[in-house]
Write a protein that binds this ligand. Structure first.
Ligand code: FPP
Length: 249
């Protein structure tokens, strides 16, 4: 077997200056606890969480991050009370529409991963409209994970490859890491460099399992609604301080 090359290493300016991760992902956790601590309903935590998204996105643009991937709704979140699911859907549509102009001004492009169509035709159309209007932007790609689960994403990629193999379009022997990666919903994005989870939980919760293979992981006790530029910069500094070897010496 030939030794695996460090993924996309040739295209990675990130570590050269020791500095900025190209692709940062965040598991935004702790909205409920934030609200609870204040005697507020959970939706107030999600609203404050949406403000944290705004701050963090701005900070990511300012600090030169190219891709910011946010876990906004997992495929397990359907288990929450109907009212909370509906609040989250409402917030998402509202936030995107309210922020559209400033996202455009900041040069932000929008991409979605996960099966967002399960949110129904109304929200799906609004999301697609937002994506279309931000399509030509280049400064930062905001990837929002909606009704996303990493195992389902990997299974879907395997299914697509199997279908191609059965039809004779590809040889089973040609199915390698690159082929599978290019059938994931994150295809074409730079490798994930840094994965942050807030609120003190130390789990990946079915988020970007394949993509996180070489990512630096940062867990912070800060609850998501309290996350801000200083927190992002702190995580970026931790990333810069760690020497990544991709399994090499
Ligand atoms: C986790 O907190 C957070 C979520 C399930 C939803 C994240 C959604 C937002 C930040 C709002 C809108 C998003 C965008 C992209 C505009 P939790 O409810 O699990 O908190 P807990 O663990 O303390 O209960």
């Amino acid at each position: 077997m030939t030794p695996a090359a460090a993924p996309n290493e040739a295209e990675r300016p990130a570590k050269e200056g020791g500095s900025v991760p190209r692709h940062v992902a965040i598991i935004m956790d702790g909205n409920g606890r934030w609200a609870n601590k204040r005697g507020l309903p959970r939706v107030a935590g999600h609203r404050a969480g949406a403000e944290a998204v705004r701050r963090t996105l701005r900070a990511a643009v300012k600090n030169g991050v190219e891709v910011l991937t946010l876990y906004a709704f997992s495929s397990e979140n359907w288990r929450r009370p109907e009212e909370e699911v509906s609040d989250l859907k409402g917030l998402l549509g509202y936030y995107l529409e309210r922020e559209l102009d400033s996202l455009a001004k900041e040069g932000v492009k929008l991409r979605l991963i996960g099966d967002y169509e399960a949110f129904g035709p109304d929200l799906s159309k609004r999301l697609e409209k937002a994506m279309a209007s931000l399509q030509s932007n280049r400064r930062l790609t905001l990837v929002v994970a909606l009704n996303y689960g990493s195992r389902a994403e990997i299974a879907a990629a395997a299914r697509k490859l199997a279908t191609k193999a059965v039809s004779g379009e590809i040889e089973p022997a040609s199915i390698d890491e690159e082929a599978l990666g290019s059938h994931l919903q994150t295809h074409g994005l730079p490798e994930l460099d840094l994965l942050i989870r807030t609120s003190g939980e130390v789990r990946l919760s079915n988020f970007l399992l394949w993509q996180a293979a070489y990512a630096e992981l940062v867990f912070t006790p800060t609850l998501w609604p309290d996350f801000d530029e200083a927190e992002l910069v702190k995580a970026i500094e931790q990333f810069a301080a760690r020497e990544r070897r991709f399994g090499g010496r």
